[in-house]
Ligand binder design. Sequence first.
Ligand code: SAH
Length: 227
Amino acid sequence: MKAKVFTILPEVFPGFLGVSLTGKALSEGKWSLDIVNIRDYAFDKYGSVDDTPSGGGAGMVMRADVLGEALAQNYKTGKLINMSPRGVPLTQELVHQLAKEDELNIICSRFEGIDERVLEEYGAIDVSIGDYILTGGEQAAMIMLDAIIRLLPDVLGNSASIQDESFEGGLLEYPQYTRPQEWKGRTIPEVLTSGHHQKINDWRKAQSEFITESRRPDLWKKYLALK
Ligand code: SAH
C-alpha cells in the first residue's frame, strides 16, 4: 500500500510508524510513505499556508490555493482523505475497508481547518479518529495508518490475533493474563490454566459480553441486533 501524506510538519513522519511492526513492514516494502510538504507550494517567500477565516472568528484557515497546488502536483490516484473531527468515525470496519486500497492520500491540517473549496474540488473524504480535538491532523493520520498497516498481508506474525481483537466480533476483548501464576495475592482465573479449550472459550466469550455490555452500551446494542 502506498501512503502519501500532505502536511506542513514533514519532520514528524514516520514517527512511531517507523518502529516495531509498522517500521519493519515499511523497511520490507509492505507499505511505502511519501511526504508532501504543503509549505513548498506557498506563493510567497515566507511559505504562508494559512490566512484569517472569512466572516471573522478565531484562528487561521489553510488556504485553498496553496493546498490545491500541492494536490494538483502530487495527488494522482487513490482515495483522498482529510483528517477532521467532522469526519466519518474511524472504526475497525472502516480500517478493514481502507486496508484494501492500493493508495491512500492523506491531508493533515492544523489551525481551524481547511478552506472547504479545496476539499470539494478534490472530493476528499473527512475521517475522524474520535470525538475530541487534536492540535493537528498528523497525529490522527498516524493512528489511522497504524491501524491500517497492521491489517496488511504478512504484517502481523499471527493473523489469528487479528480476529480475536476488540471490535472484530462486535465485542470488546476479554481480560488477558500471563505468568506469574500468583502476583500480589492475585491469581489467574482457574479456567485459563485448566487446559480445557471449550471452557476457556466460553469463559472468554462471557467476559467479552459482560465488559461490552457494561462499558459500551452502543456496541452491545448493535451486537444483540446482529446476534
Ligand atoms: N476547527 C476544527 C478543529 C481543528 S483542530 C473543528 O472544530 O472541527 C486542527 C486539525 O487537527 C484539524 O483540521 C484536523 O486535521 C486535526 N484533528 C483534530 N481533531 C481530530 C480528530 N478527532 N480526528 C481527526 N483529525 C483531527
